[in-house]
Write a protein that binds this ligand. Structure first.
Ligand SMILES: Nc1ncnc2c1ncn2[C@@H]1O[C@H](COP(=O)(O)OP(=O)(O)OP(=O)(O)O)[C@@H](O)[C@H]1O
Length: 275
C-alpha cells in the first residue's frame, strides 16, 4: 500500500485549463472517490496520476518519489489502471487479458510460472470470471469486459489502483461486489464514480471536481451536503441516514431550475487536501 499525492496539478489543452491546481492525496490503503459532473475532469486527473499525461504544472508523487523519476517498469509493478471502455483486445481470451497483469513481472520471453498462474486463477475467481476464462474478449458484455479489466489489474498485485467509473455497465450485485472487493484489498485506491450513494458507502474520502477545480474534499459525511450537490451538479437532494444501517443516503429530488454555476475560487481554496 502506498500513497499517491497530487500537488497543485494543472493541465491545459490549446489554452483551455482543464485541471486547475488540484491538491489531493490517497494514503495507505484508503479508497478515495473522485466525483463531479460529466466533463469536470475526473478522467483527466486519473490520467495525470497514472503518468499517461504530463502536467503543465504541479507534481504527482508515489510515496516520496516523483512520478517521472519512477522507472516505467517499477511503476508498472506497483500501479494498476482500469480505464473506461477499453476496446483494445480483440482476438484474445479473458484469461489472456488477465495474464497481461503479470507482464511487468516477467522477462520478455519468459512464460508464466506456476506462481503467476495461481495469481491469475485467484483474480478470475475474485471477479466471478472463472467460468468465462476461455471466452473471446470480443464476445463479452460490457460488464464482463469491465470485470476482466479489474481481474487484469488484480493480477498485477498492485500497491495502488486507479479506476475510471468501474461500476459502469455492472449490474447491482457486481457493483457492490466490485466495491466490496476494492475496499477490502490492501491497495490504495482512487476511483471515479458517478453514484453518490456508492461513494458515500465505500469511500473513505471524496474529492469533488467542478470545471477542473476541487470544489470540496473530505469525508463523504462532510462533503456530500445538499448545498454542495446543488451547486456542483444542479440537483436538489435530501441527505439523511438510512434507518437500519445508518448509512448516508442521498435522495435525488429534482434538477434545479437553473444550471449550476462555476464555484468561486474562494470555495476551492477552502478545501484541504485529503488522505
Ligand atoms: N485531449 C483533450 N482535448 C480537448 N479537450 C479535452 C481533452 N481531454 C479532455 N478534454 C475535455 O476536458 C474536460 C474534462 O474531461 P474528462 O474526461 O476528464 O471529464 P470527466 O469528469 O471524466 O467526465 P465524464 O464524467 O463525462 O467521464 C471535458 O470537457 C473534455 O471534453
Amino acid at each position: 500500500m502506498g500513497t499517491i499525492t497530487a500537488t497543485r496539478l494543472s493541465w491545459s489543452v490549446k489554452g483551455h485549463r482543464l485541471l486547475d491546481s488540484i491538491d489531493m492525496a490517497a494514503r495507505d490503503g484508503r479508497t478515495v472517490g473522485l466525483l463531479g459532473p460529466n466533463g469536470s475532469g475526473k478522467s483527466t486527473l486519473l490520467r495525470l496520476l497514472a503518468g499517461l499525461r504530463r502536467p503543465d504544472a504541479g507534481t504527482v508523487h508515489y510515496d516520496d518519489t516523483g512520478l517521472h523519476e519512477l522507472h516505467r517498469r517499477v511503476l508498472a509493478r506497483r500501479l494498476a489502471v482500469v480505464e473506461q471502455d477499453v476496446s483494445a483486445h480483440h482476438h484474445v481470451t479473458v484469461r489472456q487479458v488477465v495474464e497481461l497483469g503479470r507482464t511487468p513481472f516477467r522477462g520478455r520471453f519468459d512464460s508464466l510460472t506456476e506462481h503467476d498462474r495461481r495469481i491469475v486463477d485467484a483474480a478470475l475467481e475474485r471477479t466471478d470470471l472463472t467460468g468465462k476464462q476461455q471466452r473471446s474478449w470480443s464476445t463479452l458484455s460490457g460488464g464482463e469486459k469491465q470485470r476482466t479489466q479489474l481481474a487484469r489489474a488484480l493480477a498485477q498485485e498492485p500497491r495502488e489502483i486507479l479506476l475510471d467509473e468501474p461500476t459502469n455497465h455492472l449490474d447491482i450485485r457486481h457493483q457492490l461486489e466490485l466495491l466490496d472487493l476494492l475496499t477490502t484489498l490492501d491497495v490504495t485506491c482512487v476511483v471515479a464514480l458517478h453514484d453518490l450513494n456508492l461513494a458515500a458507502r465505500y469511500c473513505d474520502h471524496v474529492v469533488v471536481l467542478d470545471h477542473g477545480q476541487v470544489a470540496a474534499a473530505g469525508t463523504p459525511e462532510a462533503v456530500l451536503a445538499p448545498d454542495l450537490i446543488r451547486s456542483v451538479y444542479g440537483v436538489d437532494v435530501l441527505v439523511d441516514r438510512e434507518h437500519t444501517t445508518g448509512a448516508l443516503r442521498i435522495t435525488y429530488l429534482a434538477a434545479t431550475a437553473t444550471r449550476p454555476v462555476r464555484l468561486s475560487t474562494q470555495a476551492t481554496s477552502t478545501c484541504a487536501p485529503t488522505g
